[in-house]
Design a protein around this ligand. Structure first.
Ligand SMILES: Cc1cc2nc3c(=O)[nH]c(=O)nc-3n(C[C@H](O)[C@H](O)[C@H](O)COP(=O)(O)O)c2cc1C
Length: 391
């Protein structure tokens, strides 16, 4: 991570102006992306319609779908169709595609644009061997000439603006190709470039080296979005200051702590940090996310896909470890909600008593309702709650 030694005046982050994703031009998209946007990174099995909505509610300006495989997309397979579906409130959402064949990518991009995304993003950064070894994702970094040609083809084929997300190099180069590549990609007509500041060989390990995003931004006029290790308001401020990049993209931190978006927004606007989320906000988010995922994906999938978030949401809460174990064994929605309510009541009691650990002999003194009633009560609570409504 690049340290920041600059003084601490604020960076003003302007919320993107209202733009109609269906009609936004390349210039509109470049303008939005130049305006210090805070972007939710594309993440497979994470950035679905529910999590995008939740992230926006907590302060993300723009969101990107999970990557969609071009072959699945062109065959119209169910999972690809699910990933392509944008909700009405996905106003500032891009669709990301990946593949290894330029012609198929161009074809898939023109199908993806029928879903009317704000823009189509091409994944040239996925390091996962079964993808990169086949020439898709970061595999494109092995042959920059082919990558530039492929991006030109996609840009020429579609009406929607196109962007690229890539890495600083494949690795272990002594000098990363990204700066020269950024200049060549700009010539293809893309609206912006996101740089995950690690090499493909690094996967998600080691520190992101933001300086490459800065060097690329110095070289090109299009907005460069800096990605990798943007985990807090302070990190976002430091990344923007040290690179002069146009915006930041947040990945893994959002999975466990989606409040990071409002924290970044506040830090960029005021130069100060927001207090951590309250215990009530943490429990509320567990409930709201579970309910929304079950409404979207049904049972048991809706419950299961929420699990990866719960450990982070419950971080620092007394009794969290015990609750997590119980939740991870339970596929039933009502039972999950019941366990959360029970844990919240306990956490409040322990906090009042100044305790952080359970007393093993403590009786379960919390009265439980009927499962159907638990779900009905929570539905009306969660969806009436403006703070984090992800209905
Ligand atoms: C679970 C997971 C799934 C991901 N899926 C995608 C994806 O579909 N497309 C993509 O471009 N990057 C994907 N990424 C990479 C992230 O978008 C991001 O570039 C990376 O996590 C670095 O950012 P971070 O340090 O903020 O996490 C994924 C990362 C994770 C952890």
């Amino acid at each position: 991570m690049t340290p920041d030694a600059s003084p601490s005046s604020t960076i003003s982050a302007t919320s993107p102006a209202a733009v109609d994703r269906r009609t936004a031009t390349r210039e509109d998209v470049s303008r939005l992306l130049r305006d210090k946007p805070i972007i939710l990174a594309p993440m497979e099995d994470v950035t679905d319609v529910v999590f995008r909505r939740l992230s926006r509610t907590l302060g993300a300006d723009l969101t990107v779908t999970e990557f969609v495989n071009v072959e699945g997309l062109l065959r119209g397979c169910r999972n690809a169709r699910r990933k392509l579906r944008l909700a009405d409130d996905d106003a500032l959402t891009a669709i990301q595609i990946y593949g290894s064949d330029p012609e198929r990518l161009a074809e898939a991009a023109s199908v993806a644009e029928e879903a009317e995304p704000l823009y189509v993003d091409i994944n040239c950064g996925c390091w996962v061997p079964k993808i990169a070894a086949r020439g898709a994702g970061a595999g494109w970094l092995r042959d920059p000439d082919a990558m530039v040609k492929m991006v030109s083809m996609v840009v020429a084929r579609v009406k929607r603006p196109v962007t690229v997300k890539t890495r600083i190099g494949y690795g272990p180069e002594s000098h990363m190709p990204i700066v020269e590549l950024a200049a060549r990609l700009e010539q293809t007509g893309i609206a912006a470039l996101t740089i995950h500041c690690r090499t493909a060989n690094m996967g998600h390990k080691g520190n992101a080296d933001w300086k490459w995003a800065g060097l690329a931004q110095e070289r090109v006029q299009i907005p460069v979005i800096v990605n990798g290790d943007v985990v807090s308001g302070e990190a976002a401020e430091s990344a923007l200051r040290s690179t002069k990049a146009a915006g930041v993209m947040v990945g893994r931190r959002a999975i466990e702590h989606p409040w990071v978006f409002r924290e970044i927004r506040h830090r960029l606007a005021t130069g100060t940090d927001l207090p951590a989320p309250t215990t009530k906000e943490r429990f509320d988010l567990c409930r709201t996310h579970l309910l929304a995922n079950v409404a979207e994906r049904g049972l048991p999938h809706g419950v299961r896909v929420t699990r990866r978030h719960l450990t982070g949401y419950l971080s620092g809460i007394p009794g969290a470890a015990m609750l997590r174990q119980a939740l991870f064994r339970e596929d039933d929605l009502a039972k999950n909600l019941e366990l959360i309510d029970e844990a919240e009541a306990r956490a409040e009691k322990w906090t009042r008593e100044g305790r952080t650990e359970p007393n093993r002999s403590e009786p379960n003194d919390i009265e439980l309702s009927q499962p159907e009633q638990v779900v009905a009560d929570h539905k009306s609570d969660a969806f009436a709650n403006d703070a984090v409504s992800v209905a």
